[in-house]
Design a protein. Structure first.
Length: 130
């Protein structure tokens, strides 16, 4: 599925499931449930229902036959994050990347390693723009 395809914005619960699938790769309902239960009790039928909804929305695809279905995300983690950021930037920051970044850095200061990576990325973007 192309990265530019705009899918519905995942809910917090759906993002938690996507996070598990990005970490583990294609997984069964039981495997997803076991990972989610490490931080918050979640029932099998709840995870199954959410995965069914996510399949209908196009957030995940289901493969497998019989009772054992395997689910995998339709978009990479980075593509989903970019889509969520574009949406947030448009809705809350008048489309301004500068406003978004400034608020993000003032809300939770970056550590020195993160700042170095931000500088590296900014330098790379400046080079590409020349």
């Amino acid at each position: 599925m192309p990265a530019r395809l705009k899918l519905p914005r995942p809910t917090d619960a759906e993002l938690a499931i996507l996070g598990v699938l990005w970490r583990l790769g294609p997984s069964t309902v039981r495997a997803v449930m076991e990972q989610l239960n490490r931080t918050q009790p979640t029932g099998y039928t709840t995870v199954l229902k959410l995965l069914q909804i996510m399949t209908e929305k196009g957030l995940v695809r289901r493969t497998g036959a019989g009772r054992q279905h395997v689910y995998e995300p339709t978009l990479r983690e980075q593509d989903t994050q970019r889509q969520l950021l574009r949406d947030l930037m448009d809705r809350a920051f008048e489309g301004s990347a500068q406003k978004l970044v400034l608020q993000a850095l003032s809300a939770k200061p970056a550590d020195p390693a993160e700042l170095a990576e931000i500088r590296r990325l900014l330098n790379q973007l400046e080079e590409e723009a020349r």
